[in-house]
Design a protein around this ligand. Sequence first.
Ligand code: FAD
Length: 509
Amino acid sequence: MKLFEVAYPVNHKPTAEEMVDAAARACGVPRQKIVRCYIIRRSMDARGQLVYRYQVRALTGGDQPPKEYRFEYKNVASARPVIIVGGGPAGMFAALRLLERGLKPVILERGKDVHNRKRDIAAISVKGLVNPESNYCFGEGGAGTFSDGKLYTRSNKRGDVYEVLHQMAAFGAPESILTDARPHIGSDILPRMVEAIRECITSHGGEYHFEARVTDIKPSSGKERWAVICDGGLTFCANDVILATGHSARDIYKLFDTHGWALEAKDFALGVRAEHPQSLINHIQYHGRWQPGIPPAEYYLAEQADGRGVFSFCMCPGGILVPSTTEYGSLVLNGMSNSQRNGPLANAGIVVQVSAADVPQYSRYGTFALLEFQRELEQKMFACSNSLRSPAQRMVDFCRGRESASLPKSSYAAGTVSAPLHEILPPFVADSLRKAFVLFDRKMKGYYTGDALLLACESRTSSPVRIPRDPNTLQHASLPGIYPCGEGAGYAGGIVSSALDGIAIANSI
Ligand SMILES: Cc1cc2nc3c(=O)[nH]c(=O)nc-3n(C[C@H](O)[C@H](O)[C@H](O)COP(=O)(O)OP(=O)(O)OC[C@H]3O[C@@H](n4cnc5c(N)ncnc54)[C@H](O)[C@@H]3O)c2cc1C
């Protein structure tokens, strides 16, 4: 077996014949000795002429073929149930693994199925109405369903990332996610993938219950360990309960607090969303060589400003900004895009690390200090216009400390209103952002520009609270059979790492 790399111009899709020729050259053998060639990874190289670099694995006679991913789901209609609270990536991938192992997933999801959820999502931007149970964070597929569907992760040590990608491809994600160095799916495909996962789970005897918000968890009076109670009193019992409720389920943290169950404060990050013309980002990143047919450019930026980390988060090339709040009276922004990423604007969260020490005035809230800080900031943003219109300011005006006389066009459908974000954001956040934008411009010349718009706030980067668990059993430190899982428990961030955490929990059960 030989691993080798080969480069082709971006507009040239190499044929199988060309790959075999390249493999024969790399292996130093005649081409008929090459049994198979696999593209493992494809990445764009914009340093010189624009090329795609392909990492290829070539097999000659006697070589072991690479691992094949096969998923075999058992019929679990009469198997032992495992309750999964939350149908996001963590919950869905835990359920799929349970099916493989012959246990019955029972998913309790507060939101609606993806079809009905779409109407509530549309009503947020169009009518300014926020259904607290069905929105960009809550509903089938969780927070990842209407997103950019970026699948990059640094959590390679948490499990087999390729297993998750292969499973997604089997449920309708594009095959390109298996080889692209920066795989993404897009909001036009994600809902179908989520539905296909549900169909697989229910057709094998698993259960989905929508509009089933869990309001309490108690020791069961029957033979199972736990009784999980939903709005309206509907109760489900099981020995094992996976809690995969995401970072916006503040009521679940309050439930733990009410029961006196352990929780921990956790640092997180917040800031703004920066929106630039995509053509500018393409020009910077491709050094003026972008041409139609080439994927819109992305960026990742990180700097230290006064010893505080400031970094870009969840960049959406050609995407749109969306209101991802879960409560009426608060404003939170995030980004999403379709699979083509062909919108005229690029947006990214630009966020600043925050710890409890930064907000001593919230210390009276104990474990919830950062959560209350987050909530109040989101309410403050809403109060700027008493609506979901986002307070906004040109990047240059923000750094110079003056309100913007005019605002460039934004992708944010609910609208923008000029506001002095440099004064509204907490001073330590505003200061760090101001310094970072100038530093970012040294890495991406032209990034700091009057054409860039800042909108606020981006505050749900991760959970400000952790539900602690035993590192070996993955159960809550003092609640046998309760498995805190995914982003809401503080053990993952992003679609793939949450899915991996779900799989790890299911394995543990
Ligand atoms: C607009 C947007 C864009 C994003 N883009 C990306 C991206 O491109 N790439 C990426 O990796 N990540 C992205 N993210 C983040 C990503 O979606 C999350 O990291 C991921 O979904 C977390 O998975 P999870 O399963 O842990 O939690 P969630 O996806 O948050 O799922 C939790 C589920 O639990 C349900 N729930 C909560 N409380 C209860 C309750 N009491 N009872 C019953 N059900 C409950 C919720 O309704 C929800 O469906 C984006 C997020 C948003 C909002």
